[in-house]
Design a protein around this ligand. Structure first.
Ligand SMILES: Nc1ncnc2c1ncn2[C@@H]1O[C@H](COP(=O)(O)OP(=O)(O)OP(=O)(O)O)[C@@H](O)[C@H]1O
Ligand SMILES: [Mg+2]
Length: 263
């Protein structure tokens, strides 16, 4: 089957994730201030902002790990969409193989009831196949490179069939070549109709990466963070290496450079 390259027009659809007036403070220190944003189905959105401004906190808010204060709301299209997350570090269990690490995610909480043991094995193997690690499923984390470990973490997030994937600087620990390779692999997974994945929100510190990957880039201010700009990326899909030479690419990079402020 060909990847679904023609993506639906987002204006026709309700937002997959809608935040309204979300504020949050830790111990009286305001971190997020009135954050409102929409992320649509079939959309890839990146979030840029200075270190410590509240980007990871924003993802934790979307995941339901923390709650907004004072009347802020978070709504999802559909009742309770499946949400996957990939953290900055792969956080794999060192005593479990790649396959067992992915299986573990399928045996936690309500996932355990949803997928009996045999199905868990099949789903974990399929997820490792999607990220190209089928031949490494019996390897332990220390026998895998950093990039491979990060791919296991992506497989673990994909195994539960998320509709929404939250990525917190997933490739920041990798060298530039591996990072570019995994970025493009991630885009191919998102485009692959065999995955249920439709909406991606990725936090990154790299302006060129945000442009290469996204339909829109949200810029946050220093803490207490607000969304200060939403910049659309006028590049066609599928995104490929070499697009960095497109004038629209460096024009968008320039626009974002002007808007990202350091604290
Ligand atoms: N659980 C917590 N308890 C107290 N303070 C917290 C907690 N989580 C985050 N913070 C504070 O909230 C602020 C935002 O943190 P957050 O991790 O969201 O920033 P970030 O934008 O992801 O930064 P970076 O780019 O460095 O990852 C920081 O000042 C941090 O110290
Ligand atoms: Mg962070």
């Amino acid at each position: 089957m060909q990847p679904a390259l023609v993506r639906e027009n987002r204006e026709d659809r309700p937002a997959a994730v809608r935040l309204r007036n979300c504020s949050l403070s830790f111990g009286g220190v305001p971190v997020l201030k009135n954050v409102s944003l929409d992320v649509y189905r079939n959309e890839f959105v990146s979030i840029l902002g200075p270190s410590g401004c509240g980007k990871s906190t924003l993802l934790r808010l979307m995941l339901g790990l923390v709650r907004p204060e004072g009347g802020g709301t978070i709504d999802f299209a559909g009742k309770s969409p499946r949400i996957g997350i990939v953290f900055q570090k792969p956080v794999l269990m060192p005593w479990l193989t790649a396959l067992q690490n992915v299986e573990l995610a399928l045996s936690l909480g309500e996932n355990k009831r949803k997928w009996p043991k045999r199905e868990r094995r099949e789903k974990a193997e399929e997820a490792l196949r999607l990220v190209g690690l089928q031949d490494f499923r019996r390897h332990y984390p220390h026998q895998l490179s950093g990039g491979m470990q990060q791919r296991v973490a992506i497989a673990r997030a994909l195994a539960t069939d998320p509709e929404i994937l939250l990525l917190d600087e997933p490739f920041s620990a990798l060298d530039e070549l591996n990072r570019e390779k995994l970025n493009l692999e991630l885009l191919r997974l998102w485009e692959n109709p065999r995955t249920s994945l439709s909406t991606v929100v990725m936090v990154t510190h790299s302006i060129p990466e945000s442009v290469l990957m996204s339909d829109r880039v949200l810029v946050m201010s220093p803490r207490p963070a607000e969304v200060t700009a939403v910049v659309p990326v006028p590049l066609k899909r599928p995104r490929e290496t070499g697009m960095e030479k497109d004038p629209a690419f460096y024009h968008t990079v320039g626009e974002l450079r002007k808007r990202v402020r350091q604290p």
